[in-house]
Design a protein around this ligand. Structure first.
Ligand code: FAD
Length: 317
C-alpha cells in the first residue's frame, strides 16, 4: 500500500483523512462500515484506527467485596485495519502504543502488520491506565514513543530483537503525535518540542496533531517546530463539536483550550442539534483557513460518527 508521505508528496492539494475507533467489544463490524461508508464518497486517502489498551473495572461480588477485572473494551485494531483495507480498498493506519506491550509483543504485532501489507503506523506512548494515574511501561516495554519508534526504525533496517536473526526489513512509514497546546505532562512547550524533534531525528516521517479549535495555536506550533529544525509534514487533527457536554469533557481529556467565541456560541444553544450545527460551522471555517494555508492533510477525529465530519468535508473537498 502507499505511504502517507508519498500521498503528501504526490499531491498539490490538501488531502482528506479521518480516524475511527475499533467497535466496542460485541458490536459488529457492519456498524463501523456503515459509519465509514458516507465518508468514502469524499475520497479519503487513509483511515487511522486507534488502539485502546486494557483497563481495570471493579465488579461487586455476591459477598459484597469488589473484584478487580482487567478488560479491553475495544479490541481488534489490527483486525479492523485488515477488514477496512479489504472492504474499502483504502490504506488503514493502525495506532501502536507502548502501554501494555513488551518489546517482543510489539515486534510480533509489527510482523502481523507487515504480513497484512500495512505500510503506515502511528507510533504513540499511550496514556496511563485510568486507575493508575501515571504511565507505567511494561517490564521490557517502552517508556516513550521515541523508544517504540526506534524499534520500528530498526525493523525497517532488518534488525529484530534476536541478535543475528536473518530477518526481512519492514517498510513502515512512521507517524508520531504532536501537541500544539503542549502535552499535559511536559513542563513547557519547548521541552515537549525538544522530544518531538527527537522523534523526527530518530526517524519519524510525519506528525499528526492533537485536536485544537484555534488555528492560531496550530500556526504558532508549526512555526516553532520549523524554528528548531522539525521539517517533516505536520498534519492538523480536527474534531467537530457535537454536544454541549464536550465543552468540559474535551478540555479535561485532551488538555486543550476552547476559544471564547466558540464557547459562547455553544452556550447559547438550546439543543444538541443546534450545538452540532455550530460545531460544523466552526469546523468548516477552521478547515477552510487551514486549507488556504496549504496544510498537507485535514485529518478528522470522527469517533466513528460520520455525519458532522461529512458535512464539514463536503464543504471543502
Ligand atoms: P511521547 O512522545 O512519549 O511523550 C509523552 C510525554 O513525555 C510528553 O510530555 C513528552 O514531552 C515527554 N517525553 C517524550 N520523550 C521523552 C524522553 N525521551 N524523556 C523524557 N520525556 C519525554 N492514545 C492511545 O492510547 N491510543 C491511540 O490510538 C491514540 N491515538 C492518538 C493519536 C493522536 C494524533 C494523538 C495526538 C494522541 C493519541 N493518543 C492515543 C494519546 C497519546 O497516547 C497520549 O497523548 C500520550 O499521553 C502521549 O503519547 P505520545 O506518543 O505523544 O508520547
Amino acid at each position: 500500500m502507499t505511504k502517507i508521505t508519498e500521498y503528501i508528496k504526490n499531491s498539490e492539494k490538501t488531502l482528506f483523512s479521518f480516524e475511527i475507533l475499533p467497535p466496542l467489544k460485541g458490536e459488529s463490524i457492519q456498524q463501523l462500515f456503515k459509519a465509514i461508508e458516507p465518508l468514502m464518497e469524499i475520497k479519503p486517502k487513509f483511515i487511522d484506527v486507534t488502539y485502546h489498551r486494557e483497563e481495570y473495572v471493579y465488579k461487586k461480588r455476591e459477598n459484597g467485596l469488589l473484584e478487580r477485572q482487567r478488560i479491553k473494551k475495544r479490541p481488534g485494531t489490527v483486525g479492523i485495519c485488515a477488514a477496512i483495507m479489504n472492504y474499502f480498498k483504502i490504506d488503514a493506519v493502525p495506532h501502536i502504543i507502548c502501554g501494555g506491550f513488551s518489546k517482543e509483543e510489539t515486534e510480533n504485532a509489527l510482523i502481523d502488520l507487515q504480513f497484512l501489507g500495512i505500510d503506515n503506523v502511528l507510533v504513540l506512548r499511550g496514556d496511563a491506565i485510568k486507575s493508575e494515574g501515571t504511565f507505567i511501561p511494561e517490564p521490557n516495554g517502552h517508556a516513550y514513543a521515541s523508544e517504540l519508534l526506534e524499534q520500528v526504525v530498526k525493523m525497517n533496517t532488518g534488525k529484530y530483537l534476536e541478535d543475528g536473526l536473518q530477518a526481512s526489513a519492514t517498510n513502515f512509514c512512521i507517524g508520531v503525535a504532536g501537541y500544539p497546546e503542549k502535552h499535559f505532562e511536559a513542563p513547557n512547550l519547548n521541552t515537549d518540542l525538544k522530544y518531538l524533534k527527537l522523534k523526527q531525528d530518530l526517524g519519524a516521517d510525519y506528525i499528526v496533531t492533537q485536536m485544537f479549535f484555534d488555528n492560531q495555536k496550530y500556526f504558532d506550533f508549526v512555526a516553532k517546530c520549523r524554528e528548531i529544525g522539525i521539517t517533516i509534514p505536520i498534519i492538523p487533527g480536527l474534531k467537530p463539536i457535537t454536544t454541549k457536554k464536550q465543552l468540559t469533557v474535551l478540555p479535561s481529556i485532551f488538555h486543550i483550550d476552547m476559544p471564547d467565541t466558540l464557547v459562547k456560541s455553544i452556550e447559547k444553544c438550546k439543543t444538541n442539534d443546534e450545538v452540532k450545527q455550530v460545531g460544523i460551522e466552526w469546523g468548516i471555517q477552521q478547515s477552510k483557513e487551514l486549507m488556504f494555508a496549504g496544510v498537507p492533510v485535514l485529518h478528522y477525529y470522527s469517533m466513528s460518527k460520520s455525519d458532522a465530519v461529512k458535512q464539514i468535508a463536503e464543504a471543502l473537498f
